[in-house]
Design a protein around this ligand. Structure first.
Ligand code: FES
Length: 122
């Protein structure tokens, strides 16, 4: 599996998240209770991009229409989205300048998933 450096660990605060576009795909890395998760940062309801303020008390909240996703699994809980946020493999690597977060490089299947869920907004 191809991996790509995301950021230093220390810039992802407890209870917070960072979002970066890597190879054209928005990716969120969030931290809660010391755990880290990486997801494709696109809501499966209508394709809004999740932002760094989308994490709230262990829930990931879409800024579009308020769907709430479980931090640990990415599963939706309010019924607007019918599928979870796609989870990406994540590793913390100890490097010379400190702990670095690496994530799975998004592939064509992720770009196809984004195209499918990004419906026109009416
Ligand atoms: S786009 Fe996320 S809840 Fe509608």
């Amino acid at each position: 599996m191809a991996m790509v450096r995301f950021s230093r660990l220390k810039v992802i605060p407890e209870g917070g998240a960072r979002v970066k576009v890597i190879d054209g795909v928005p990716i969120m890395v969030a931290r809660y209770n010391g755990e880290l998760r990486a997801y494709i940062a696109v809501c499966p309801h209508k394709g809004y991009v999740m932002c760094e303020r989308s994490i709230n008390g262990g829930k990931l909240v879409c800024p579009g229409h308020g769907e709430v996703f479980d931090f640990s699994t990415g599963e939706p809980s309010r019924g607007k989205a019918k599928e979870p946020l796609p989870r990406l493999h994540l590793e913390v690597r100890e490097e010379e300048r400190g702990s670095e977060v690496w994530v799975e490089l998004p592939g064509d299947e992720h770009r196809e998933w984004i195209r499918r869920v990004s419906k026109p907004i009416h």
